[in-house]
Design a binder for this molecule. Structure first.
Ligand code: NBP
Length: 482
């Protein structure tokens, strides 16, 4: 019983996280249901261990794996979310003792974590649900970690997690998120924001691609993303886009040969379901998820592309010249500002959902700290997150990022560009569902009176006697509208 920590599940994430722990000086025991993955992990360990400060040992039975751990035992599970986590817990718990701790690092539905946590608490076993972001690279060299569960469990894990997480200027990308399934919840919303961020970048790329008049323009698109990556949009997703746009396949860009269907694994869908359940508008995240679904209807798109009309050639030239988009420098700067404004709206939606869940579930989450731990390691890491952190520092009870004075100034600077990009793209027939939804989100919050909502409430009262309230006097009213 000498190992500091055990890890079960040696697929992409688990294997890399185990090596990360061994590198940072911990004695790690590993186990996987299929033994070949344990052997693969040990082989990688042999190859990479020369600069490791800790050690890694493989086990082929759960019992010997558990026996190898120091008390209180700490076991990280990195298996597929859902029933594999339940069966792993069942095979583990008979060897554990009160005070031991299990941490599930998968993309788990937060209520599953709460159910497991309650069941294990009755046996004195601590349980955490921890979001891990950053994919394979992050897991190996420093992910963003979002652990939720009992504070006592966090105190046991704090040292290890702080060392294996990504490190940024203001500390490691890990913090105690909060009780219950809050760690999984925050990771879920992180992924929802990631969907929207990717879709927004995809849409501005679509406009640039569409308006590239020749191969030379096209081959140089990466330069625009490289430039953006030195400004306010600096982020991992913009950076990888510039890398993607450099890769050639024979005489064309490889991206032009990629099948135009984007998949999803479920966390985006959960975010939308959760937002709908809690009554929080997340229209940009929703538009991003819909865009992925729509992309899968390839056969229908192939048929309809010749049947549904768009903009003619002459009109197209008129739009391009009237928007000044013949000038690629100007176009790039318009898109940069539009993307920045839309990004603020998209993060405002995600943070609003986290705040609502925190309120409903009494988690007391710290949104500024959450933004901070997303600054490194994870897929949405970006300079921009510092501004979100600062916004919550200025005003911890901010109702919306749109209410922060710095974001108000940014939005006021960029909103016209967003308007021109959305309207120009619409006139050109380029789909921009996420940019358009961000603009509508912005414009809706800008209205003192939402006339559409007045009409909807009147209609509801008309056909269903649902009643309405008035702006000019107190009370509840029902009218004969006919
Ligand atoms: P997968 O999600 O592909 O799961 C594979 C692992 O689950 C293997 O170790 C497999 O064991 C084990 N497993 C399965 Br499947 N059923 C099992 C069962 N009934 N009992 C015990 N073990 C079982 O691995 P991953 O991509 O490394 O992801 C792990 C977790 O991390 C997931 O929840 C994922 O959503 C999350 N995550 C993934 C990423 C990413 O970039 N991949 C990023 C962030 C979070 P076997 O070898 O015996 O089949």
């Amino acid at each position: 019983d000498v190992a500091d920590i055990g890890l079960i599940g040696l697929a992409v994430m688990g294997q890399n996280l185990a090596l990360n722990m061994a590198e940072k000086g911990f004695r790690v025991s590993v186990y996987n249901r299929t033994s070949s993955k344990t052997q693969d992990t040990l082989q990688r360990y042999q190859q990479e261990q020369s600069h490791f400060f800790g050690q890694l040992e493989g086990f082929y039975s759960i019992e010997s794996f558990v026996r190898s751990l120091k008390r209180p035992r700490k076991v990280v599970i990195m298996v597929k979310a859902g029933s594999p986590v339940d069966s792993t817990i069942t095979s583990l718990e008979k060897y554990l003792e009160p005070g031991d701790l299990i941490i599930d690092g998968g993309n788990e539905w937060y209520e599953n974590t709460q159910r497991r946590s309650e069941a294990l608490a009755s046996k004195g076993i601590l349980y955490m649900g921890m979001g891990v972001s950053g994919g394979e690279e992050g897991a190996r060299h420093g992910p963003s970690l979002m652990p939720g569960g009992p504070l006592e469990a966090w105190n046991l894990m704090k040292d290890i997690l702080s060392k294996i997480a990504a490190q940024v200027d203001d500390g490691p990308c890990v913090t105690y998120i909060g009780p219950g399934g809050s760690g999984n919840y925050v990771k879920m919303v992180h992924n929802g924001i990631e969907y929207a961020d990717m879709q927004l970048i995809g849409e501005v790329y679509d406009i640039l691609r569409n308006l590239s008049s020749n191969n030379t323009d096209n081959d140089k698109l990466y330069e625009i993303f490289e430039r953006w990556n030195r400004g306010d949009l600096q982020s991992f997703l913009i950076e990888i886009t510039s890398h993607i746009l450099k890769v050639k396949d024979k005489d064309t860009l490889l991206i032009d040969k990629v099948l135009d269907q984007s998949g999803s694994k479920g966390t985006g869908m959960w975010t939308i379901q959760e937002a709908a359940k809690r009554g929080i508008p997340v229209s940009t995240i929703s538009a991003a998820l819909d865009a992925r679904y729509l992309s899968s209807f390839k056969d229908l798109r192939v048929v309809l592309c010749n049947r549904l009309q768009g903009t003619g050639h002459t009109e197209r030239n008129t739009v391009v010249s009237s928007y000044g988009w013949n000038d690629r420098e100007f176009l790039a700067s318009e898109l940069e500002k539009a993307l920045y404004a839309a990004k603020i709206c998209c993060y405002a939606q995600g943070m609003a959902l986290i705040q609502k869940a925190s309120y409903d579930e009494e988690w007391k989450l710290d949104c500024g700290e959450i933004a901070r731990i997303w600054k490194g390691g994870c897929i949405i890491r970006a300079k921009f997150l510092d501004r979100i952190k600062e916004a919550y520092k200025r005003q911890p009870n901010l109702r919306s990022l749109l209410e922060d004075e710095h974001f108000i100034a940014d939005l006021n600077k960029c909103q016209l560009s967003l308007r021109r990009v959305v309207s120009g793209a619409s006139l050109l027939g380029i789909p921009v569902p996420a940019l358009a939804s961000a603009l509508s989100y912005y414009d809706s919050f800008r209205q003192e009176i939402l006339s559409s909502s007045q009409l909807i409430q009147a209609q509801r009262d008309y056909f269903g006697a649902h009643t309405y309230k008035r702006l000019d006097k107190e009370g509840v009213f029902h009218s004969k509208w006919l």
